[in-house]
Design a protein around this ligand. Structure first.
Ligand code: FUL
Length: 485
C-alpha cells in the first residue's frame, strides 16, 4: 500500500503542501526574489572597476580639502587620461569613475555654475576639461565611464540651504547631458561638518535623510540616464561594503532591506558587509579601496603602493566573495598614474592571468547525485561547459545536492571557483568542498554564500576528484559555473 503512495495521495493525507504540486521540474526553476536588474547584472559581470581621485588635494597634499584652496593650485603639467584608461584596460578594469568634484568643491570640468573649477586654474590656461578628457579616453579604450559628484561641498557659501541642492542638481544635469553615457554615479556618504563655505569658515550640519531630497534627485538623473547604477551606502544600485580595506563579507548576500539602512544605526558597517539573506532588495556590495593608503596622490606614499600580491589578496576578498572591486588609482601632480602604481597593476594582472590560466575542470567529466527533472538542460555537464547561461539545478523540493569532477591524473589544486546563476536569485547558504586523495575524501574547504562568484583558496593538494556539496540553500541550487585551478 505504501508503494502506491504518490504526490496526490500525500496531498490528500495532508502530508504535502499544495505548492509542491505546482512544481515543474522539466522547466527552469522559478526565480527566488529579489533578482538583479539588467544593469546590475552587467555590473556584476564587470568584476573590476577603477576609481580615479584627482583634485586640488593632489597639489595641497590633503585628503579632504577645506574648500578654500585657490583654483590656481591645480596645475598638472602632463595630464594624460589616455594613460589612465590604457593602463586600466590592459590590466582588466571595465569602468573608470572620476571624482568630478570632491568635498572641496573644485570641479574638474568648467561648470557654468561656479568659478571654483579648472576654468580658473593654470591648467591649459583655464581651457582644460578633465571630465571630458577622461570620458573620451574611457570611450577610446572601451571602458565605461562613471562620475563621483560629492554632495558635501565645503566651498559653497550656500551649502545647507535649498539653493545648494539646486546647484548640485544643475551640476548633475551638466554631467549627464554633456559627458554621458554615465554607467555609474557615486554618491559618497561624507556629509556636513567644517568647511570654508564661501568664507564663513564654520561647522554646518545637514539632515542627510531629507536635505538632498534624494528620491527627487535620482528621478531627475534617471530621466537622463535610465540605466545608471547609483552607488551610495544604501544603494539603490549598489551598496557600500562597510570598510575601505577591500574586504567583502565571507558571507555576502546581494540582498538587503534598504529601509533598515539608516545612518547612525549601530553596526551598520557589519550589515553592509554581509547583507541579509531575507533582504527585500537586490543591492550588492561594491568594494572600494585605494591602491595607496590615501585616496589622493601623496609623494610620501610612493613606497606604500599596494604590491601585486596585496592586490591579488584584495581580489580574492572582493571578486572572490561575490562582489565587484572598485580600485582607486590616483594620478600624481603631473596628471599621470605614477610608474610604481602602473607596475603594480601590471604585475597584479599578470598574477591573475597566471593563477587562473589552466582550469582543471574545463570540459572534464562531472557527475551529480541528481539533477532537475533528469533534463539535459540542467545536467551537471552544464557546470563546466564554459557557458554562463547554462546551469546545473536540482528539483524544486531539493535544496541540497552534490556534484563531482574527475581530474586528469592528480594535479595540484589550489583554487575552487563557483558561480550561481543569479538571474534566478541568490540561493546557496552553505557548502563544503572535498578532494579525493589516495582513494579517500577529505574536506578541503567550506563556505556560506556563493553569489555571482566565489573563489576559495585551499592549501595546495594533489587530488584526483573534487566534490562540492551544497548543504543548505533558500531554494533548489542553480549553479552555472565550476572551475578548479
Ligand atoms: C569617502 C570620501 O570621504 C573619501 O575621500 C573617498 O572619496 C571615498 C571613496 O569616499 O566618502
Amino acid at each position: 500500500m505504501y508503494q502506491s503512495l504518490n504526490k496526490y495521495s500525500l496531498l490528500v493525507a495532508g502530508l504535502l503542501p499544495l505548492a509542491l504540486l505546482a512544481q515543474n521540474n522539466s522547466k527552469a526553476p522559478a526565480p527566488v526574489l529579489p533578482i538583479p536588474s539588467a544593469a546590475q547584472l552587467t555590473w556584476h559581470e564587470m568584476e573590476m572597476n577603477a576609481f580615479v581621485h584627482f583634485t586640488t588635494n593632489t597639489f595641497t597634499d590633503k585628503e579632504w580639502g577645506y574648500g578654500d584652496e585657490q583654483p590656481s593650485v591645480f596645475n598638472p603639467t602632463q595630464v594624460d587620461a589616455g594613460q589612465w584608461a590604457r593602463t586600466l584596460k590592459e590590466t582588466g578594469f571595465k569602468t573608470m569613475i572620476l571624482t568630478c568634484k570632491h568635498h572641496d568643491g573644485f570641479c574638474l570640468w568648467p561648470s557654468k555654475y561656479t568659478e571654483h573649477s579648472v576654468k580658473n586654474s593654470p591648467y591649459k590656461n583655464g581651457k582644460g576639461d578633465i571630465v571630458r578628457d577622461a570620458r573620451d579616453a574611457a570611450k577610446k579604450y572601451g571602458l565605461q565611464f562613471g562620475v563621483y559628484l560629492s554632495p558635501w561641498d565645503r566651498n559653497r557659501a550656500d551649502y545647507g540651504q535649498p539653493s545648494y541642492v539646486e546647484y548640485y542638481r544643475n551640476q548633475l544635469k551638466e554631467l549627464f547631458t554633456g559627458y554621458g553615457p554615465v554607467f555609474e554615479m557615486w554618491f559618497d556618504g561624507a556629509n556636513g561638518g567644517d568647511g570654508y563655505y564661501g568664507g564663513a569658515r564654520e561647522k554646518r550640519r545637514i539632515n542627510g535623510a531629507t536635505y538632498y531630497d534624494w528620491p527627487g534627485t535620482l528621478d531627475m538623473v534617471r530621466k537622463m540616464e535610465p540605466n545608471v547604477i547609483f552607488f551610495s551606502d544604501a544603494g539603490p544600485g549598489v551598496r557600500w561594503v562597510g570598510n575601505e580595506r577591500g574586504v567583502a563579507g565571507e558571507t555576502n548576500w546581494n540582498t538587503i532591506s534598504t529601509d533598515t539602512l539608516h545612518a547612525g544605526k549601530p553596526n551598520i558597517e557589519a550589515l553592509l558587509n554581509t547583507g541579509s539573506p531575507d533582504g527585500k532588495q537586490w543591492v550588492p556590495a561594491e568594494v572600494d579601496v585605494s591602491i595607496r593608503p590615501g585616496w589622493f596622490y601623496h609623494a610620501a606614499e610612493d613606497s606604500k603602493v599596494k604590491t601585486p600580491q596585496q592586490l591579488f589578496d584584495i581580489y580574492l576578498t572582493s571578486v572572490g566573495r561575490g562582489s565587484t572591486l572598485l580600485l582607486n588609482i590616483p594620478p600624481d601632480r603631473r596628471g599621470l598614474f605614477h610608474e610604481i602604481d602602473v607596475q603594480s597593476l601590471k604585475d597584479f594582472s599578470a598574477l591573475l592571468k597566471k593563477t587562473f590560466a589552466n582550469n582543471l575542470a574545463a570540459k572534464a567529466t562531472v557527475t551529480a547525485d541528481s539533477y532537475r527533472g533528469k533534463q539535459a538542460a540542467f545536467a551537471p555537464r552544464q557546470l563546466t561547459d564554459g557557458n554562463k547561461e547554462t546551469y546545473w539545478a536540482t528539483d524544486d523540493d531539493q535544496t541540497t545536492g552534490q556534484f563531482e569532477v574527475s581530474l586528469k591524473g592528480s594535479p595540484t589544486v589550489q583554487y575552487i571557483v563557483l558561480q550561481e546563476y543569479i538571474k534566478l536569485g541568490q540561493r546557496v547558504q552553505h557548502f563544503t568542498v572535498e578532494a579525493l586523495v589516495n582513494g579517500s575524501w577529505n574536506k578541503i574547504t567550506e563556505g556560506t554564500t556563493i553569489g555571482y562568484k566565489r573563489i576559495l583558496k585551499v592549501t595546495p593538494i594533489n587530488a584526483s576528484k573534487i566534490r562540492v556539496n551544497i548543504t543548505s540553500a533558500k531554494a533548489c541550487p542553480v549553479i552555472s559555473n565550476f572551475e578548479v585551478y
